[in-house]
Design a protein around this ligand. Structure first.
Ligand SMILES: [Zn+2]
Length: 317
């Protein structure tokens, strides 16, 4: 008899939290802080003693322009400071409004072009929506939409105020209706997306703070942002593993790699033996560089983490 029957929402959520990537929360905090810190340093460079504004002031005074009396200089600096503060607040409001518009555009697109999963449409998938929502303690079931995307294999979770939803490309749910009749792999993908909802990765406030690192050109945008994203992906792969009772994770990775018809013919052990074998410098470097700026850990690293029986945090580099 399976032990699956004794699972409760509390036990499932406890296990999920235990398996969260250990770097995810520290990276979230770091990413929230480094952007504002960068702005402060930039402010000191601009407005601090011997800062750029100071140097300009000095230059104006040296040029003996009559208007640059000490009172005028103080007024000028005060004016710039007030103008910069109003500009900064205005810019944050602008970003929030812009983000909300993007969130609503995404939702509108699902309502316009997708098919909502319900008891009548794709009932097997709707049963998973109910099951996962219950296990994860969601007060409200997320809406799930299916849409064909011209052969692209993908899924995502998102949010608009008061509503969570999941988008499944039809190319994913076809697994259930094509030759393999495979609900387990779809469940893993859904579990992954429900994991993003569970950890609130989709919410505006989460993304506002997580994306503050993007203020820093290159380092924040290309390195720290993707680093947090990769930790997040490992965390939600673990959610999917718990929800699906550790079934089908590696097979899902083969589906993502090989596509919906041939993934069942991939030998995972052979795939991993190739990935794990002694690599030369070029291979190591190629994987390292590809992974370094990727929003998702590269497939061999994800598969390796999924197969790890100890469920330790996956490799970020
Ligand atoms: Zn994801």
């Amino acid at each position: 008899m399976s032990e699956q029957t004794v699972r409760t929402p509390e036990s499932v959520q406890k296990e999920i939290r235990n398996r969260r990537h250990k770097a995810e929360l520290p990276l979230f905090v770091i990413n929230s802080i480094i952007g504002p810190v960068f702005l402060c340093i930039a402010g000191i460079v601009l407005f601090g003693e011997y800062g750029i504004v100071d140097l300009i002031k000095e230059g104006l005074e040296n040029a003996e322009i009559t208007e640059t009396s000490p009172e005028f200089s103080a007024f000028l600096i005060g004016f710039i400071a007030v103008f910069a503060s109003i500009g900064a607040i205005g810019f944050v409001c602008y970003l929030i409004i812009l983000s909300l518009i993007e969130y609503y555009k995404g939702y509108a697109s699902n309502m316009a072009y997708g098919i909502r999963v319900s008891e009548e449409n794709f009932p097997e998938i709707y049963a998973k929506v109910k099951e996962f929502s219950k296990l994860l303690g969601f007060k409200k079931e997320p809406e799930v939409y299916v849409e064909q995307m011209n052969g692209t294999i993908n899924a995502y979770a998102s949010w608009v105020p008061g509503k969570d939803y999941v988008h499944l490309n039809a190319e994913v749910i076809e697994l259930l209706y094509l030759e393999h009749k495979d609900l387990d792999t779809i469940s893993f993908i859904m579990g992954h997306e429900f994991g993003h909802l569970y950890y609130k990765h989709t919410k505006l406030h989460y993304n506002f703070f997580a994306n503050l690192a993007n203020i820093i050109p290159i380092f924040g945008q290309k390195f720290m942002g993707p680093l947090l994203q990769r930790a997040r992906e490992y965390s939600v792969d673990r959610v999917a593993q718990v929800l699906t009772d550790d079934k089908c994770g590696a097979e899902t990775m083969m589906f993502i790699s090989a596509g919906r018809h041939v993934y069942k013919y991939v030998n995972v052990d052979n795939y991993m033996s190739y990935v794990n074998k002694d690599k030369n410098f070029i291979e190591k470097f190629a994987r390292f560089v590809t992974n370094l700026t990727a929003s998702h850990p590269i497939n061999p690293l994800r598969t390796k983490a999924i197969l790890d029986p100890t469920h330790k945090s996956g490799r970020l580099f």
